[in-house]
Design a binder for this molecule. Structure first.
Ligand SMILES: Cc1cc2nc3c(=O)[nH]c(=O)nc-3n(C[C@H](O)[C@H](O)[C@H](O)COP(=O)(O)OP(=O)(O)OC[C@H]3O[C@@H](n4cnc5c(N)ncnc54)[C@H](O)[C@@H]3O)c2cc1C
Length: 255
């Protein structure tokens, strides 16, 4: 290995990985966490992984843990070449980390009425915010709508259910690949709602306290477009909805 490449190895290492479900894995890093403790919940970082000979291409991921946590966590869906290898990373693997970046959910703790809407792994910025709220014992009123194909895809549902008892939080799960007979019962129907199908205006209207709440949306573009239309039908001004798409920006060259 060249001296230049060795020098780039940096201070971060894989601490461990944690399987969340068939497609999703959390990656925990250890390193100089005090350098990133001033980050905001919902921000992302760009990482490269050392494969023994060279660095991977850079990839952006939301930091899914709270800023006060003593490690860094990313929660990553397997969609391609890079993400399919995350689950097999060994503790000690060097990681290049740059960040934190982004302003999605910036100052969210100052908003009293919050509506979060996520599609699939787009829940990661909201997990970061809710873990932060749990840490600081926030009392902001939050409704989280989370669309997934089935309940097996809703990897953090048990932690979210526990959070509904600790925070002023309601969670609405929307499952669009489930038959009525297979819709799982809610563990606590007052705080955790299970519905069939997509997030329609009727579902949104039923659970949103006010169209004047602060709205945050993270999911694939087709889902975002559909949800914006449904929100508009509920009287929510689309320009007031903050959005994050997870669209990967053009990748800088390696080196
Ligand atoms: C700000 C930001 C935050 C992100 N946070 C997260 C996160 O917390 N968790 C997470 O799992 N991912 C997140 N992503 C997306 C993640 O960066 C990509 O999924 C990843 O880089 C894909 O790398 P790959 O080599 O495995 O897939 P590739 O080989 O590049 O792509 C494989 C296939 O997946 C498709 N694809 C790639 N990226 C996406 C995408 N973003 N959405 C839909 N389809 C895609 C490609 O079109 C291709 O068909 C984030 C992206 C951004 C920009």
């Amino acid at each position: 290995m060249s001296e230049e490449k060795k020098a780039q190895q940096g201070e971060w290492r894989v601490a461990r990985t944690q399987v969340e479900n068939d497609d999703v894995t959390s990656l925990f890093l250890e390193g100089p966490v005090e350098k990133v403790k001033n980050r905001k919940p919902g921000q992302f970082a760009v990482i490269r992984v050392w494969n023994g000979e060279d660095w991977s291409e850079p990839h952006p991921f939301t930091i899914s843990c709270a800023p006060g946590d003593g490690c860094l966590r990313f929660t990553i869906k397997n969609v391609g070449e890079f993400t399919s290898k995350i689950r097999d990373l060994k503790p000690g693997t060097p990681i290049q980390f740059s960040g934190p970046f982004g302003a999605f959910c910036k100052d969210i703790d100052q908003e009293k009425e919050i509506v979060m809407i996520a599609g699939g792994v787009g829940v990661t910025p909201f997990l970061s915010v809710l873990r932060h709220f749990r840490e600081i014992k926030a009392d902001n009123r939050v409704v989280l709508f989370w669309g997934n194909k089935t309940s097996a895809d809703a990897f953090a549902s048990e932690e979210l259910e526990a959070m509904t008892r600790e925070l002023n939080l309601k969670v609405v799960h929307a499952f669009d690949h489930v038959t009525p007979e297979d819709l799982p019962p809610s563990p606590d129907p007052e705080r955790v709602v299970h519905i069939l199908g997509y997030l329609s205006r009727d579902v949104l209207r039923e659970h949103i306290h006010t169209p004047e709440a602060s709205f945050y949306l993270c999911g694939p573009p087709p889902m975002q477009n559909a949800v914006i239309d449904e929100l508009a039908a509920c009287g929510v001004d689309p320009s007031r909805v903050q959005k994050e798409t997870f669209s990967a920006p053009a990748r800088p060259k390696k080196g």
